[in-house]
Design a protein around this ligand. Structure first.
Ligand code: AMP
Length: 209
């Protein structure tokens, strides 16, 4: 049996067609059923649909053999215990800094609100900018509006969330997409099954280009 941990929400939705090409179609819909382990049309594959930030943990400890998670989450988690063999090219977006519209340029020390603490620390250090990072778990856009921070580091897709909150994107930190990750021990112990799945995903991705 192979267990694949998938980030719930946008990544799960965009992973479904890719999984379907490998014959993996969940039998239940996680939106309407409360099951945490989803059986699929393949007897040898099950899915666990979990919070994005938990995917690397499940795969690292071998609770799942494979995982699908955003590069942002993998960088923030520090994915040393995992193989990352494939860029799935789904749930693409940009990790950016953003400020209030027409905010003055940042000089001197900057207060940054984000859930990506490690990435933000590394980014501002690489620019030689002194940054005080304030960890938030959501609604980052609120922070500059109420004077909690000068800027935020967050994922931007259409830019609509920023616009709706009188903010604007500033600098691109990196382009983000979802990656397939594999537990290191599983890669050895279940090599045939995992290699076959990787080859199938690669064939599907090659058709998409
Ligand atoms: P948008 O308004 O389209 O720019 O989307 C921005 C909001 O969606 C922010 O709250 C982001 O944290 C979230 N978001 C955008 N893209 C992604 C993604 N690929 N994965 C997870 N969250 C995302």
């Amino acid at each position: 049996m192979l267990t694949i941990a998938v980030s719930k929400g946008r990544i799960y939705e965009e992973a479904l067609p890719l999984l379907a090409e490998a014959g993996i179609v969940p039998i239940d819909d996680p939106k309407t059923c409360r099951k945490l382990i989803l059986q699929t049309t393949r007897d040898d594959v099950q899915l666990v649909i979990i919070r994005a930030t938990d995917v690397p943990t499940f795969v690292e400890y071998g609770a799942a053999d494979l995982g699908i998670a955003g590069k942002d989450v993998l960088l923030e988690h520090g994915a040393e215990g995992l193989y990352e063999p494939l860029d799935l090219g789904i749930a693409c977006c940009r990790l950016m800094t953003a400020t209030r519209k027409n905010a003055p340029p940042i000089t001197g020390r900057v207060r940054v609100a984000t859930k990506f603490v490690k990435i933000a620390e590394r980014y501002f250090a690489s620019l030689g900018i002194q940054a005080e990072i304030i960890k938030l778990y959501g609604s980052m856009e609120l922070a500059p509006l109420v004077g909690l921070a000068d800027c935020i580091v967050d994922l931007v897709d259409t830019g609509n969330t920023l616009k709706a909150n009188d903010m604007e994107p500033r600098d691109l930190i990196m382009n983000i997409s979802s990656r397939l990750v594999v537990n290191k021990a599983a890669m050895k112990m279940k090599n045939a099954a995992i290699a076959e799945l990787l080859a199938q995903f690669e064939r599907t991705l090659a058709k998409r280009v």
